[in-house]
Design a protein around this ligand. Sequence first.
Ligand code: DGL
Length: 271
Amino acid sequence: MTTNISSDSPIGVFDSGLGGLTVLRALEKILPKESFLYFGDTAHVPYGTKSAETVTQYSRHILDFFVEHGTKAVVIACNTASAVACTTLQSEYEVPVFNVVTPSVEFASTITKTQSVGVIGTTATVQSGAYTAAFNSLNRGISVKEISCPLFVPLIEEGWAETSIAREVAMQYLSPLSTLNTDTLILGCTHYPIMADTILSAVPDHIQLVYSGETVGEQLKHHLKKEEKFNTENALKTTRFFVSDFPQKFDELGSRFLGRPLENVTHVSLL
Ligand code: DGL
C-alpha cells in the first residue's frame, strides 16, 4: 500500500503497548490537523524488561508496517525503544524517525537553573544510559540522575496511580532527588504522565516535570513546517489504531491513556 508522501500523509506513532497513547494525546493537541496511525505492540509488551536486540527487531516490523502505509514521519512514543533502537532505525529507514529522548533532553537543558536534572524510566531505558549520553552530547555541564522505577508501570496499569501505595513507592524511588538540588524531572516512560500528581507529591516542590509527548510534538511540528509537510487544513483527518493483540483490560487502559474511548481498533499480526 505504498503511497506518495505529502502533507496529507499520516504520522506513525508506536509503542510497546497502550502507554504511548499519552504521547499520541499530546501530539493530537499540538498537531490538530494531522492524521495519525497508532501501533501498540500489545503482543510483546513490556519492552522495558527486554534486550535491545529484541526491542529493535520488534520496532523494525512496526516501521515496515508504517512505511507500507505511507507515513510521512514516525514517532517512537516508547521511551525504551527510543533509548535502545532509534539510532539503528534511523540508519535503516528513509522515513524520518523521531524519538522521545532527544527533545526532552533539549527542553530540560533549557529550563534547568540548578544544572541538575533527574530522569525516571524503565530498567531498560535507564540501563541504556541514553538520557545521560544525550545530556553529555550537549556539553552544558548538566548533571543527570537516572532512576529506574519498574513498579510504576504495573501500579498505573492496575489503576493505582494515585493511591497511598503508589505515593510510598514513589517516595522510595525518588528520594535521591531531594539531596541533589534537582529542579527538573523528565518523565522517561509513556505511562508516567498518568501518575504525575503522585510523582510531584514525592519530590521537592520546586521540581518541574518534562513530558515526552509535548517535547517530541514541538520538535515534529518544527520539522514538518521546515519540510513543507505540515498539515494546516485536513478535511479527512483521521486517527487509526492498530494492535498486535487484544490483552486484558484493553478498553479500560486504552481510554485511560488516551483520554477518550479507543475506537476502530484493528488487529495486525506482524510476525
Ligand atoms: N512504553 C514503555 C516505555 O515508555 C513502558 C512499558 C514497557 O515496558 O513496555 O518505556
